[in-house]
Design a protein around this ligand. Sequence first.
Ligand code: GAR
Length: 203
Amino acid sequence: MKNLVILISGRGSNMQAIVEAAQSEKWPVNIAAVISNRADAAGLEYAAAKGIPTAVVVSKNYPDRAEFDAALQAEIDRYAPNLVVLAGFMRILTAPFVEHYAGRMMNIHPSLLPSFPGLATHQQALSFGVKVHGATVHFVTADLDHGPIVAQAAVPVLAGDTEHSLSERVLQQEHIIYPRAVRWFLEGRLTIVEGRVEVAGEV
Ligand code: GAR
């Protein structure tokens, strides 16, 4: 049985999609913990109601990023994760932390990377006038929002779209591609070759 640790900062709808897929598709996985950097993250309640251990590591209790990341790493490693899943975890991570989980930490970003890294991706897409937008699941590297791409989904940008309407359309796709990407990892189907992800079998 593989161990999964999921990191959230807020609503946790991607975490919920992964937990639901794991349960309904009976993945051989132990969702070992959901960890948040915010005590008020709504997703913590969902996880606790599902009987998943939860923990909070609050950044303001640490003098700097390095010490916060060290504390977070210690908490994560209590659960001996095979995979760490960032699901709306809104923190920039230090290089040693990222290196520690090299090849076993994934993130979802609400744009078609390499377009629109960083924040306010839907606003960026609308401002730029792109006609296609989407979401990307990628392995995490020290280079923010630039790691090897596991999966992407595209949605049209429609006339009259607002940040809200566009984000909702993208989020629906996030909830499809993130559980799928995590399942591929757990099935041992992902290999990183020269910075690119190869997916074995039918995708
Ligand atoms: C999601 O849209 C995710 O792609 C985004 O935050 C949202 C979290 O929603 N992540 C980032 O912007 C990371 N840079 P959720 O808490 O409901 O999963």
